[in-house]
Design a protein around this ligand. Structure first.
Ligand code: GRF
Length: 220
């Protein structure tokens, strides 16, 4: 079986990118990360990609006349190394129509909340402010609605009474890494599809997101 060709889009640390690199190198995850793209030249994740020998590109917003022009350039940049799946892992820009039209149903995003709760930013603090007993992360197909596409998978953690947004983020991070690896693994086996705003696993639509189990696998 050919490895799944992936582009990973980042803006920052790239710890989720690193989790994918490690899963490939250490556990034989059947992927080839062919391209890492950042909108920020200083993103630490770029060095992680370079160290792994992955082709990297930086596409900054400056120099583009409009959001539309940026997105057109981004679509062309992604297309310069054809991929089966585009993974947004901490990419802090809203994805516009030129990219969505080209990659719809082949683009997923990791978001640090139990969607549909808390789209957008500052999710940890918002969960704390609401007094939630649980927080978590979701992976969803990317649509025109910010963090609003069909959700594939989730991981949940309990919120502790003394948690602040930092402790919550720190506890969630390693589980996000497991979630992204386990979700991409389903794609490597061709098990995940998106059609008509629905997620299909193994040809059956799911009524709720797959949940990450303690063993790091998704309950399919
Ligand atoms: C993760 O918390 C993810 O949920 C959010 O951005 C963060 C990315 O972290 N969208 P990293 O750059 O992969 O370390």
């Amino acid at each position: 079986m050919n490895p799944l060709r992936i582009a990973v889009l980042i803006s920052g640390t790239g710890s989720n990118l690193q989790a994918l690199i490690d899963a490939r190198e250490q556990d034989g995850l059947a992927i080839e990360i062919v391209h890492v793209i950042s909108n920020r030249p200083a993103a630490a994740g770029l060095d992680k990609a370079r160290r792994a020998g992955i082709n990297v590109s930086v596409l900054e917003a400056t120099g583009h006349a409009s959001r539309e022009a940026y997105d057109q350039a981004l679509a062309e940049l992604i297309d310069s190394h054809p991929v089966d799946l585009v993974v947004l892992a901490g990419f802090m820009r809203i994805i516009g129509a030129p990219v969505l039209q080209r990659f719809s149903d082949h683009m997923i995003n990791l978001h640090p909340s139990l969607l549909p709760l808390y789209r957008g930013t500052n999710t940890y603090q918002r969960a704390l402010d609401a007094g939630d007993k649980e927080h978590g992360a979701s992976i969803h197909f990317v649509t025109a609605e910010l963090d609003g596409g069909p959700v594939i998978s989730q991981v949940r953690i309990p919120v502790k009474p003394d948690d602040d947004s930092n402790t919550l983020a720190r506890r969630l991070a390693p589980l996000e890494h497991q979630l992204i690896v386990a979700t991409v693994e389903l794609f490597t086996r061709g098990l995940v599809k998106c059609a008509d705003g629905q997620v299909y696993i193994n040809e059956s639509s799911i009524s709720s997101p797959l949940q990450l189990r303690n063993d790091g696998h998704l309950a399919v």
